[in-house]
Structures are given as C-alpha cells and as structure tokens.
Design a protein around this ligand. Structure first.
Ligand code: 5MM
Length: 343
C-alpha cells in the first residue's frame, strides 16, 4: 500500500470546485435507461453513448474523475482511441466500478447484498494496469417496515470495508457507497436514522480492516424523505440534515465526500449541494462534492435520442449540468444561472 500515492490521487479527485461523473451503469441499469429513452439496448449504442460523454468538450472544467464500467474500460472512440486515454488526455482521472451487482439477501429477501469480493484482487490489479486509479463499490439499503435489518447493514458495510482494503493494497483509491434508497414513503427523520447507522457501522468496519482514511472517498446519499412521501422538505432542511449527519459520523481524515443523486431531479440535487456550502461551507472538515450519474447525464441522454445529429447538443447539456454542480460546490449556484439556452 503506497499511502502517498493514494492520498495524492484522492486529493486530485477532490481538488478545485470539481466533482465526479458516475458513468458506471451496469448492463442492466444502462439498458433500463436506454429502454426508457426508446433507444436500442446494444453494445454499440452503449459505446456511442459513452463516446459522447468522454469526448464532451470542456468536461474537465467541472469533472475531476469519471467512473467507468467494465465494458466501457475496454471500449474506444470511432477513431480507435481507448476511452480511458481520452479521459486521461483531458485531465480526467479514470475510475472503475468493481462491485458485481446485488442479489437478495439470504434470510431477508426484501434486502440486497452486493457481490464481487471473489477474485477482486486480480481484477483490481488488471484495472490498475489499464490506468484506473480509483474504484467504486455500491451497497444498497432499503427503508421499509423493520428494514433495514442490522444483519443487512453489517453484511453490506463489512463487504465495503474488505473491498476498500483490497483497493488500497493495489494503490487504487476506494470510493465507498453505502446508498440508503429513496424508494418508499419514509420521512427525512427516518432517512437520517438509517443513514447514520449505516455510516457509523461502515467506519467501524473500515477501521477493523485498517483502511487508510486520507486515501478514501465516501459516496453517501443525501438525507432526504422517500420519493412517495407527500411532504416535501425544504432545501434548507435537506442540506441541514445531511450535513449534520455527516459531521457527526464521518471522520475528519477522509479525503472527501461525494454525493450520489439517488433519483432527485438534476436541479434538486444541485440546489441541495449548493445550500450545504452556503450554510456550512466554513464548518466542513473535508471537501464536499458530487458524484452524480442521473443528475448529470439524464437531460443529455434525453436530447441524444441515439442520433449523431444530436451529439453536440447532448454534449453541451452534459457540460452545462456538470458546470451547475461545480458552481454548487463553490456555493455560487442560482436558479438564474441554471437557465439552459433553448436551442
Ligand atoms: C446510486 O447510483 C450511483 C449514483 O448514481 P445517481 O447519481 O444516479 O444516483 C451510480 O454510480 C450507480 O452506482 C451506477 O450507476 C451503477 O449502478 P448499477 O445499478 O448499475 O450497479
């Protein structure tokens, strides 16, 4: 474990007013998004779409690192340049999703556990050789009647910690993503309670595994009510609950915190991040930024429609959304700024 290299990579990922772009949708998730957008669910369309993303002009002004999926890391542009090289040339650090998805938890089938620890050391070694310098593993926790169970939180956080340790052995910065899902009608208070439990347990497990915190990034959900809860909390309530939960449970040594968007609209996710900086900017002991997938990509995907003639407009939108998130991280976002020119 080269702690100096780990810290350097993690600091570079968290530098400036930038954030991370999650473009690591697995086959199922990417195909699901394509199906919703009426696009063919083929390897070639996934390649074309990821090409659109990595070749977006100006993306590196707002994005420090991009998380790829296994299929994507081997893919190239029409001109035969590997996506990973396109990113590196633009000054964006390539990362890789290394979990192998979720399955129902034995004994508690309404909950999920994440797979992928078997053979992970070999895969990490290979990804480092290909140029990946950070990785991501996502665990999902469901809020419901008597859920999540302690056993589920335990199993998920233990796997996250084992993964993080293996990454660091290979000088790869681990992003640990304990996602408390927005599915359901739970309150913001319930989300706070579950998120706090999950993060607390996660840092216990990370300590047990001897994980080097300055070479680690946390990717949490924001503390927010479930999608089906009719009461909409204010921007201030979400920002305050989220920062309170993180300040109470995330050690100061971690390299940074980068949020998932979790199904919030792009504007909501951006607004919440902005508010956290405006209200708590001076109190934050770690960089606080974004690692969004849908909140950056969805509007661009909607514009693309699988057509070459729409690539430029889609790229402009992608760069625009990323720039809004970067502005939020700097605490200089506003509704007025977030007016995309109608084409
Ligand atoms: C929660 O999902 C992560 C962040 O995305 P959002 O900002 O859209 O919430 C995302 O990185 C996710 O882990 C990847 O898309 C991979 O997901 P799957 O479901 O394919 O493992």
């Amino acid at each position: 474990m080269n702690t100096e290299e780990l810290k350097q990579t993690a600091d570079a990922l968290m530098a400036g007013d930038k954030g991370l772009l999650a473009m690591d949708e697995s086959l199922n998730t990417c195909n699901k998004r394509f199906k919703e957008a009426g696009l063919p669910q083929t390897e070639e369309y996934r390649r074309k779409y990821r090409q659109l993303i990595v070749t977006t002009p100006g993306l590196a002004e707002s994005i420090s690192g991009a998380i790829l999926f296994d299929e994507t890391i081997y893919q190239s542009t029409d001109d035969g340049v590997l996506f990973i090289d396109v990113l590196k040339k633009a000054g964006i650090i390539p990362g890789i999703k290394v979990d192998e998805g979720t399955t129902a938890m034995p004994g508690s089938p309404d909950e999920k556990i994440t797979n992928g620890l078997e053979g992970l050391d070999i895969r990490l070694n290979n990804y480092y050789g290909l140029g990946a310098r950070f990785a991501k593993w996502r665990a999902v926790m469901t809020i419901g009647k008597n859920l999540p169970t302690e056993a589920n939180i335990q199993a998920n956080t233990e796997a996250l910690a084992k993964y993080a340790r293996l990454c660091q052995e290979d000088d790869i910065v681990p992003i640990v993503e304990p996602e408390v899902l927005m599915d359901g009608d739970h309150t913001i208070e319930r989300c706070y309670e579950v998120t706090e439990n999950a993060i607390k347990e996660l840092f216990k497990q990370l300590e047990k595994q001897g994980v080097y915190l300055p070479g680690l990034i946390l990717k949490p959900n924001m503390v927010i009510a479930g999608k089906d809860n009719h009461h909409k909390n204010s921007t201030d309530e979400v920002a305050s609950a989220t920062v309170k939960c993180l300040l109470a449970n995330v050690p100061h040594e971690v390299a940074g915190v980068a949020f998932l968007s979790g199904g919030q609209t792009p504007q909501e996710a951006t607004r919440h991040l902005h508010e956290m900086h405006v209200k708590f900017g001076k109190e934050l002991p770690w960089p606080l930024t974004f690692s969004f997938a849908r909140a950056i990509q969805q509007p661009a995907l909607d514009i693309w429609k699988g057509k070459d003639k729409n690539v430029k407009a889609a790229q402009d939108m992608l760069a625009f959304r990323a720039s809004m998130d970067s502005a939020a991280r700097a605490g200089r976002y506003s509704v007025d700024l977030d007016r995309y020119p109608v084409l």
